[in-house]
Write a protein that binds this ligand. Structure first.
Ligand code: ADP
Ligand code: C5P
Length: 250
């Protein structure tokens, strides 16, 4: 069962959720989805959410926690590295996740990519849920954020595919020209992928090649989540069940 997995992880010396074992059955199931920009993270999350339609699922995007730029940074936005771990307000992300895990509703800031502005109002009101999906390029970078996750997925899409999608997306949706997109890619996006994003792939439980096109991977993940949620429900009815399960296994 879910609790047994935690014991097995502990034996194997792997990273632990920060929650105590006694609390686990009360808490939402947290899934982290990382991967390069335009790898298909959002597509994978949408498919998981669609297939879990009968569950309460919320999606939290790391993009919502971009720091606001100073006036000076705004005048030279082409020199700003949006792919560096320090571009994000991780303390705020941790505070939001903490509230959601404790069953409280939260306001999640909106981000405007065109205006490079965070905290655009109105904020998104998010209610507590059974499953929380946390999505973003650097969601596995901070060990405190990793520790919140019960399942970690890395979307692994070739760099040329990511660049091609990025050009299409940023020219169409963010009103940027191709030269700007290519400059940003070679100056910041590619080096940050190599230095900060790719090294976090080792923390993933599951690596999905090709992103949203990989229906088999998505089906397996959804099946696994359903199994875990089923055990969650059993644990709610029989809070001591995990003791029996662990005794059998030891
Ligand atoms: P991420 O969340 O990792 O940035 P998205 O899921 O938003 O990635 O995808 C980035 C862009 O690529 C979007 O414009 C999306 O429509 C497109 N895209 C995503 N997955 C596919 C796919 N399997 N085939 C074609 N285009 C895709
Ligand atoms: O959704 P996705 O994971 O692609 O978002 C992350 C990307 O958004 C980063 O590669 C970053 O360069 C880009 N970004 C941007 N302009 C901003 C904020 C982020 O191009 N104002």
């Amino acid at each position: 069962g879910f609790h047994m997995d935690c014991l097995e992880q502990r034996k194997a010396g792997m990273e632990q959720p920060t929650t105590s074992e006694d609390d686990l059955y009360k808490q939402p199931f947290v899934i982290g989805v990382a991967g390069g920009a335009a790898s298909g993270k959002t597509a994978v999350c949408d498919m998981i959410i669609q297939q879990l339609h009968d569950q309460r699922v919320v999606l939290v995007n790391q993009d919502s926690f971009y720091h606001n730029l100073t006036e000076e940074e705004l005048t030279r936005v082409q020199d700003y590295n949006f792919d560096h771990p320090e571009a994000f307000d991780t303390e705020q992300l941790l505070s939001v996740m903490d509230k959601l895990k404790r069953g409280q509703a939260v306001n999640i800031p909106k981000y405007d990519f065109k205006g490079y502005k965070s905290g655009v109002s109105p904020a998104r009101r998010v209610n507590p849920a059974d499953v929380i999906i946390l999505e973003g390029i650097l969601i596995f970078h901070d060990p405190r954020v990793r520790a919140l996750m019960n399942m970690k997925i890395f979307v692994d899409t070739d760099a040329d595919v990511r660049l091609a999608r990025r050009i299409r997306r940023d020219t169409a949706e963010k009103a940027r020209d191709i030269a700007t997109v290519l400059d940003q890619y070679s100056k910041f996006v590619k080096p940050a992928f190599d230095d900060f994003i790719l090294p976090t792939k080792k923390y993933a439980d599951i690596i999905i090649p090709r992103g949203g096109d990989n229906h088999v991977a998505i089906d397996l993940i959804v099946q696994h989540i359903r199994t875990k949620l089923g055990q969650h429900d059993l644990c709610k009815i029989y809070p001591n069940l995990y003791v029996i399960q662990s005794t059998f296994q030891m």
